[in-house]
Design a protein around this ligand. Sequence first.
Ligand code: PLP
Length: 404
Amino acid sequence: MKYRSRDYLIENYKATFLAKKYATPLYCYSLKKIKKNIEEFKINFKTINPLICFAVKSNPNTTLLSEIGKLGLGADVVSIGELMKALNSGIKPDKIVFSGVGKTLNEINYAINKKILLINAESKSEILTIEKLAKLKRKRIDIGIRLNPNTDAKTLSQISTGKRENKFGISEKIFCDLVEYVKKSKNLNLKCLSVHIGSQILENKPYEKMLKVLIKVIKKTNYQFEYIDLGGGMGINYDNNNKKLNFKKYSLNIQKLTKKFNSKIIFEPGRSIIGNCGVLISRVVYIKEGHKKSFVILDAGMNDLIRPALYNAKHRIIPVRKNSKKSKKIYEFVGPICESTDKFSTLKNFQKLNEKDLVIICDVGAYGMSLSSNYNLRPKAAEILIKNSKVQVISKRQKLKDLI
Ligand SMILES: *Cc1c(COP(=O)(O)O)cnc(C)c1O
């Protein structure tokens, strides 16, 4: 995804052409880029040979899931819906892990019937629920327990999950007690310790701290975990500041752990696999003069991409066709939704824009479409995938008649 002379291209297609043919707002993904990310992920962690379970919540599109499955990845799911979708997309149950704090009886029952690799439990009550069901079915169920390592992920507070004030996981003390309990259970087989400290992590420090806590806790339990599930959270570069997680260094740190405890590693990456593989193409509906700035009103809104409104997240916005005129005005890129938080970015020195021009909102492959809604009764955007130099519509634009 790059410019060729003045035009922005997704693989071999001009964004202008795609916008005309498939209309806007339009989510567009590159399979080449997905393959490249997965390849890189595998190479970086080659020595620990992990099971990589794609976090379905970051992008649950069936075609994308099936492509990701074909590339050897499993799935990390957080609801029965995601579990069904992962299975439907051809991902094998023995590569699926189930996370989440509020799994219902129905969800646990389904997961047991499908014989997935692990149910990662997040509370004592959940463990007891799984045990009760397993007993009824006269089965022994493989589970993991999610530890809350009380480590600061140094990311946006809204997407931090590993501090003790967060609802996720189980504190060290209770974790150790629960290991003792599960060890004695006839219907539970404790196989995994899992953690996930947050998302969009760009520094190695939080992971290093987390690994230290793991070592301490595992020693304390004196239990041989077959799997250690380290979660996801690896960040990507949304603005051009080149801050980057050092995967090699992280891998070396993990090796210390695997050597000590002889466990297999599971990862649950979402954003780092798919985040920079998708763009949102949007058209300027109106340009309106405001106080000291111009509002560039796009046809994409917070219902299509909520991250900026929800977490104040930043996404680069760039023109689909470059010109050489700079705007003297400050541009505030906003959507059409009736909420003041429906704005994407405020930019100085953007090129001069006109109504009907097209722009690209970058890096929306993760938590873009998956967090979209019908707010203001707007139909969901279409999604297309460039695969082997061909365009495939992987989810149709919702029809107004389905909403009314
Ligand atoms: C959201 C989530 C992930 C994926 O996080 P990314 O930042 O997208 O890598 C992994 N594991 C769990 C348990 C999650 O909730």
